[in-house]
Ligand binder design. Sequence first.
Ligand code: ADP
Ligand code: NA
Length: 341
Amino acid sequence: PKPRIVFSGIQPTGTPHLGNFLGALQNWVKLQRDAQPEDDMIFSIVGWHSLTLPQDPKALSIARRDMLAVLLAIGLDPQKSTIFHQDENRHHVELGWLFNCITPMGKLRRMTTWKGRLAASRNANDESEVDESMLNAGLFTYPVLQAADILLYKATHVPVGEDQKQHLELARDIGDTFNRTFGRIFPLPEYVATPTRRVLSLKDPSSKMSKSSPDVSSRILLTDTDTQIKSKIRSAVTDSIREISYDPVSRPGTSNLLTILAACTDEDVSDVAVRYADKGHGALKSDVASAVSDLLREPREEFERLSKDPGYLEQIAKEGAEKAQARSEGTIRKVRKLVGL
Ligand code: ADP
Ligand code: NA
């Protein structure tokens, strides 16, 4: 098989939670583990994207460093993969700008993420009126920067969640437009369906576990201690049906616990459900807490160790940035030449 160039990114916004880990980051570790020697794995902390929403500069700077520590702590290896800060390789914004200049506004207006933003800013008095004036342009064009992130490395495979599929199609579209307008340079990246596990909020199982929820007990952080994990799982919202069963529609809270347990033990959720049928919520919660503790123990300890070594983290960031720049240098030079700069 042809060597693959795999690219994926994550925003440096706050300590990752169990949902980020089981839904995205754990897949990265598996991809690295299963990669062939000739494959290239590129994992980026996408700082420029986080600025599409207001950020406290001090908090962002900490979150940015913490995210690198987390990626190393969960097992991403700078010897095997390119791990770097997007904002430390200027080629991203260069290519992003160029892509902005060949992307019709109409295409960006069709992005579901943008429509969601618009919907959220609907005039409270007049539902039909959307107020675009309150949304910044970065929020509108960030899918274009994403396309640049991916195509800059001539990525062939992009493992992202279902919610990002439309953005990947846009990246293919932009790459194709560039190829036809200026000359063939970009391979069109393929979407890699990642086994999507949606982890739900422990307090409101009608929504996903998210760092944007103000209730911190609704999510388990990668840095939580065993005591914090136990207490958050124990107070997770379930239901009053005695028997345990997997039924995500009518029993989201209970099913979420089964999903988490199955993910931690790498089992089928239906097998887990059968095993707990007669055991009740108390036993289930207690086992979920232990399983999550076991899963997060090593990453947490490694994160704590790395956090005390900022010099090492800086060194890794520097080497990652140099590696990324070296990889994109030739492409950006060719692209500039093709457009006449
Ligand atoms: P958040 O919603 O907490 O702000 P992000 O939007 O930054 O998280 O998502 C980072 C990555 O983690 C994405 O790949 C996203 O699909 C994944 N992810 C986020 N929340 C969950 C969740 N509750 N369950 C599974 N995956 C999730
Ligand atoms: Na989000």
